[in-house]
Write a protein of this length. Sequence first.
Lengths: 329, 347
Amino acid sequence: MNWDVIFGVSLESLLNATMIAYALAAIGLNVHFGYTGLLNFGQSAFLGVAAYGLAMTVSTFDLPFWLGIVIGLVGAVLLALLLGIPTLRLRADYLAIVTIAAAEIVRLLFRSVTLSEWTGGSDGLQRFSDDFYSMNPYSKGLEIGVVNFDERELWVMTVGWLLIALSLLIVFLAMRSPWGRVIKAIREDEDAVRSLGKNVVSYKMQSLILGGVLGSLGGFIFALSRAAVQPDTYGTEFTFYMYTIVILGGAARVFGPVIGSMIFWVLLAFINALLPALISQGYIPTWIMTPIQAGAVGYILVGLGLVLLLIFRPQGIFGDKKEVMLDGR
Amino acid sequence: MADDITTVPPGVARAAEALKDVPHEPGAKKKDPILVADSVVRRFGGLTAVNVGHVEIQRGAITALIGPNGAGKTTFFNLLTGFDRPDEGKWEFNGKPLAGVAAHKVARQGMVRTFQLTKALSRLSVIDNMRLGGTGQKGERFWQSLIPAIWRGQEKEITERADELLARFKLDTKREDFAGSLSGGQRKLLEMARALMVQPDMVMLDEPMAGVNPALTQSLLGHVKSLREDGMTVLFVEHDMDMVRDISDWVIVMGQGSIIAEGTPDTVMADPRVIDAYLGAHHDGTQHDPEAVAEEVGEVAATDESAAPGGSGASADSAAPGDFAAPGGSGASGEVSGEKKAAGADE
C-alpha cells in the first residue's frame, strides 16, 4: 500500500484551495447561523453568484478580471437583499425555505439552455482565470516530504489564506463589538432586542450581507482553483457540507469554520484514499464494496461521524458547552 | 429620565395629588397624561380582542391594567408598544403620534416594555444583556464596530451605568454569568434593569410577578415603586391583586377588549362591574342548588378562562397582608420572614 500517497493527499487537504473555499464559505455561514441564528440554507448560491459573476464578466463579456471580482461581490450583496427583503420580517424557518429554493433557482438559471449563450449551460465556463495566474509570483512548486503543491496551487493558496485571515479578522472585530452584541442578542430573542430600540430587520440584513460577501470570497477561490465554473457544483449538498463544517468546528466560534473545514477535508481525503487502496490490496473484499463504491462510502462515514458528533459533542470542537448552539438531543 | 415634575419629592404623593380629582369612570381625563389612546381596535378574524374607546395614562404614576384572561390586556400592550398593529385607532405618547410606528422606534421614543414570558438573552452574559440596552451606541454600526477606538469610550460609560443598575437590582454578583443561568425572578429583575438602560419615560411591565419566587416579590415591588420615585411612568399588567393594591396609584380594568372601569385600587376592586367581569355576570345566581352552582362555576371558568384570576381575586378579598397569591417557585425560604416584615411595613 502506498502510504505516502494516502498521507500526502490527506495532509494537502489541510491547506489546499478546496479546503480554503469551504472555510471561507463556512465563515460566512457562521455569521448567519452561528452568530445571528439565521437559517440560511442557500449559502452555495452566494458562492455561485460570485463565481459566475467573475467567470461571465471575463469569459463571456471579455471584461477585466478586477471588474469581474467587483461584479461577483455586488452580485452577492444583491442576492442577500433579494433574499432578505421578503423573508427577514418572517419567522426564521421561512428564511430556510426561501434560501434553499433560491439557491436551486440560481443553480438552474446557470445551467438553463436559454441562458447558455452567457453561462455556458451545464458545461459552465472556463478561461477566466488567466489574469489571476499571470499575477503568480511563484515560478516553481513546493515539495516537502509527501506534500506536493505546484506553483498554481501555491498562488491560489496564498491568496486564499490571506482572504481567510482577513475574514477572520473582520468577524473577530465585529463580533466583539457592540454590533456583534446586537447580532448575538438577535439570535437569542428578536423581540427583546426590538424592545430595546434596535432595528432588528436591518441588523439581520447586515448579517446576511456580511456572511454572503465572505462566502462569495470562497466562491472566487473555488472557481479560480479549478479555472472553471460548473452549475452543478453549487447545489444543496455544497451548503450541507458547509453546515457540517460550521457545526464540526463549533458554531459562533471565530476559528471554528477553519478548523472544521480542515478536519472535514482531511478525514474525507484520508478515507477516500485509504478505501480504494485497501480494496486493491484485497484487505476489503469486493463483495463489501468496489473501488467505485468507496467514494460514496467515504461520504457515508463522514455523515455517520457528524451524527456521532451531534450526539456526543453538539458544541463542536471549540464550542462552549454552556453556549451550545445545537442540542443533539 | 430627567423629568421636570420630580421637584415634589415623594412620587406617591405626587401621583395621588395628580389623580385626586380624576373621576372614577372608564376613559377619565387625567391632569397630565403621558399616553392618550383613542378608539384602538384589534381584531383576530371574527374576534375583537381589543376595542378601547379612550384611555389616558397619568404621567409619573403607577397604573395597573387588570382584567380576566382573554380581556385583551396583553394585546393592548402589544399594540401600544408597536409589537402588533391595530385595525383602527391612534394614540399619542408624550404628544407624538405612535400608531403604526415600529416597535424599535417606540422604544427609542422612551416607551420600553418587558414581556410576560421573560426574555433574558440566555447565551449573553448579564452585563452584555445590560449593555445592549444602551441607546445611540456608535459601535452598533457595522463599519464603526470594526474600529474599537471609535466606541471604546462610550462602551465604558455604558458599562458604568450598567454596573450601577446591576448593583441597585442586586445582580452585580451575577455580572459575568450567562443570563440563562439566572432564576425566574432574577431574570425579571434583569429584564427590568435592562429596560432602564434605555432611559425610558415610561416602562410597560407585562406581568412582572408571573413565575417569580415569593422571596423576590417584595424586592421586585420595591423596584417598581422606585421607578415612580425616579419620575418614570409605569403601566403594568398583573393578575396578582395584592400587588395591584400594594403599588398602583390607579387601576384600569379591561373586560372583553374594552375598558370597563377605572379608579383607585380600592374603589375599583369594590366595583360590581369588575367583580362581574372576573366571576361572570350571574355569579350570585341559583345558590340553593349546589349542583347548578358547580355547573355554573364550571361554565364561567370555561367561557372566561377566568379560573386563575378568579382565584387570585378571591384571595385578594381574604388574604392577610404578607400572603402572596403569586405562583411560588422553590427556594430561599429563609428570606420569607424578612419579606413578610417588609410587607407589613408597606401596609
